[in-house]
Design a protein around this ligand. Structure first.
Ligand code: SF4
Length: 371
């Protein structure tokens, strides 16, 4: 293996117990008949990319889908194949659905090297969970988190959703307090996006979702309440206790390299961005080379700047100019200044960063200051 800096490894597991009403990720219910073949193919892919890039990985992320649905044995085999490529201190995360984790032996997960868990809670209100088509109650989610903690997991993340049917500031506050009282270290807070073609988009429930103005209020409210409880915002949708930022996800925003394995997974390696088709059959049957689709060349100054602006640490224009002498760093600085007084941006030295109010307008604001 060469001495290049370590990259990240993402493994997309496209299986779920049942499809949630709002979900547009590449995943499908159950899929048990694919587990063996899928695992074998993932192991082959780890070997294939290991040979192609000869890199070590300092983060591994099992995302989905519901990776824990695979069960300990399959996860163990994949971990064994990945271990020779992992650095000693690698952050290894597995996502799970609290409703599909009852039979999981969390101690076994820890023993095989998984050291971080991320559960899709979405809400601690059972009526809201029902409306989203989630398969768990708040009580079941709490039991899952406690059972993982008893097995020694001290780095657990929960996802919350904003703007969902029936949600009010009061119910959101209860969800935030619920997460906080469970002693988790990380919370991701996503705005619900009604994706065309999903059951939610076709149902009356869509009319119970928050409109843009109410979603914005909920977002600002969540940012404030999470900060009060020690979850400090480090990205548009991510909040962490001290020292508990997601190392793997942060690499996406720092423009660091990663390999994605599995249907619909994205990769960024050696200046090239590519992805694999949203198809389990293609993943199983088409050669890895042929199944790669080009995305963009990657590694440009504007991509670097856009990704940094998603982070609360912001964009250091001195670093931008040093890394990309062609970037219009001085012009960006001048264009950013007028947004400081209305509280959308913060400027410290040569670093510009968005406030929560700025994050709400991040696409427009990014375009305004970069181009
Ligand atoms: S558990 Fe996650 S990936 Fe699976 S259907 Fe629900 S939202 Fe989608």
């Amino acid at each position: 293996m060469n001495k290049k800096s370590p990259a990240g490894l993402y493994i997309h597991v496209p299986f779920c117990m049942q499809k949630c009403r709002y979900c547009d990720f590449y995943s499908f219910p159950k899929g048990g008949e694919y587990f063996d073949k899928y695992k074998k193919r993932v192991i082959e892919a780890i070997d294939f990319y290991g040979k192609r890039y000869a890199r070590r990985y300092n983060s591994l992320y099992f995302g989905g889908g519901t990776p824990l649905l695979l069960g300990e044995e399959h996860l163990f085999d994949i971990m064994e194949a990945a271990k020779p490529f992992l650095t000693e201190d690698a952050e290894v995360t597995a996502e799970g659905n609290p409703g599909a984790a009852e039979r999981i032996d969390f101690s076994a997960l820890r023993k095989m090297g998984i050291n971080r868990l991320s559960f899709g809670l979405q809400s601690a209100d059972d009526r809201e969970l029902e409306a989203l088509g989630r398969i768990h109650t708040a009580k079941e989610a709490a039991e899952t988190v406690k059972s993982a903690q008893r097995a020694g997991f001290d780095n657990i993340s929960l996802d919350l959703m904003l703007g969902i049917p029936y949600q009010t500031e009061e119910s959101l506050l209860k969800s935030i307090e619920f997460c906080s009282s469970l002693g988790v270290s990380h919370i991701s807070c996503y705005m619900l996006k009604i994706e065309e073609g999903t059951p939610l988009a076709k149902s009356e429930l869509r009319f119970l979702c928050a409109d843009e103005e109410k979603s914005a209020d909920l977002y600002l409210f969540a940012c404030e309440e999470l900060e009060k409880r020690g979850f400090s915002q480090y990205e548009i949708s991510n909040f962490a206790k001290e020292g508990r930022r997601s190392f793997h996800n942060t690499r996406y925003w720092l423009d660091d390299e990663y390999i994605g394995i599995g249907p619909s997974a994205h990769s960024f390696m050696e200046g090239r961005r590519f992805y694999t088709e949203r198809s389990i059959r293609d993943f199983l049957e088409v050669s890895f080379d042929e199944n790669e689709k080009e995305e963009s060349s990657g590694g440009s100054w504007d991509e670097f700047a856009m990704l940094r602006l998603r982070l609360s640490d912001g964009l250091d224009l001195a670093k931008l100019a040093e890394k990309f002498p062609e970037a219009p760093a001085d012009e960006i600085f001048e264009r950013a200044k007028p947004f400081e007084a209305p509280g959308l941006l913060k400027i410290k030295g040569k670093t510009i960063s968005m406030t929560p109010k700025g994050f709400l307008l991040s696409n427009a604001l990014t375009a305004e200051i970069l181009f």
